[in-house]
Write a protein that binds this ligand. Sequence first.
Ligand SMILES: *[C@@H]1O[C@H](CO)[C@@H](O)[C@H](O)[C@H]1NC(C)=O
Ligand SMILES: *[C@@H]1O[C@H](CO)[C@@H](O)[C@H](O)[C@H]1NC(C)=O
Length: 255
Amino acid sequence: MDSASKSSFSLVSHIVLVLSASLGFLLPGAMCSSDFSTLVYKKCSNRSDSTESHSQTLSSLFQELLPRSSTSRFNKTTAGDENTGISAFFQCRNDLSNDECYHCVNTIPKVSNSLCKQALAARVHLDGCYLKYETDGLVDQETSTHELLHETCSERMVDGDGFEEAKQAAFAAMESGVVGEGGFYETNYENLHAMAQCQGDLRGCDCGECVSAAIQVAEEKCGRSVSGQVYLDECFMSYTLLSRSWETGRLIPRK
Ligand SMILES: *[C@@H]1O[C@H](CO)[C@@H](O)[C@H](O)[C@H]1NC(C)=O
Ligand SMILES: *[C@@H]1O[C@H](CO)[C@@H](O)[C@H](O)[C@H]1NC(C)=O
C-alpha cells in the first residue's frame, strides 16, 4: 500500500469507528448480543485429565449451573465425588438482562471445551460474563484476589487537557460507588464511561480494595489511553472515552 491509500484507508476506518461508536452510544443494546460473547481472555491450567469421568463431571456441572444464569448474575456449585470434585461459578455483568446473561453464560462451555480442552481448571472471560471452574485438590500456583489476570489499553491516546481530571473523578466515584451499590458501578462522567464489578461473593471493603487495585493498574499501564480494561482475580474495571473532545486525532503509539 502506498502512503496515500494507507492514510485514506485509516481515515475510512477511523470514520467507521467513530460512526459505530456513536451509533452504539445512541442505540445501546443494538450491538449487544454479539458483543457480550466476544472472548476477552482465557486461562487454562496446564494440567489436564482426559478421563471420561472428568468430562462427565464437568458436563453435569455445566448442566446444573448454566440454567441458573436465566435468573441470577452469579451462582456457584460443585459436582462429582471426592475423587473428581469440581467447583465452578459464573458471573454476569450486572447491566445485562436475564436473557443476555443466559446467552452469554451458555456460550462458555463451547469456548472452554475448544480452548481449554480437558484442563483441570479454567477461566473463560467473555465481554458480558465469565465462568471459572476448578478441580478439587488441584495445587496450581496460589492466586490472590488482586492478581492481575489480563489487561488491555487502547493504542490510541488522548492528546489534550481535561482527560486526566475527568478520569480521576470517574475513578474516585467508581471506587466508592462500587461498595455502596453492591459490587457493580457504572458512570458517565463528562465524556468518560467507567464501569467496575466485583465477583458476586466479594462485598463491601474487599470489593472496594479490589477495584482500587484495578484502578491503580489502569493508571500505571494505560496512562492516557482512550480506553482500558483491567481484570483482576475477583474484580474488573474498564473505561472508555465516548467522544473525541479531548483528542486531536493523533495516534500516539504506546512505547
Ligand atoms: C505447568 O505446570 C507446572 C507445575 O505443575 C509448572 O512447573 C510449569 O511451569 C507449568 N508450565 C507452564 C508453561 O505454565
Ligand atoms: C444458586 O442457585 C440455587 C438454585 O437456584 C440457589 O438455591 C442458590 O441460593 C444460589 N446460590 C447463590 C450463591 O446465589
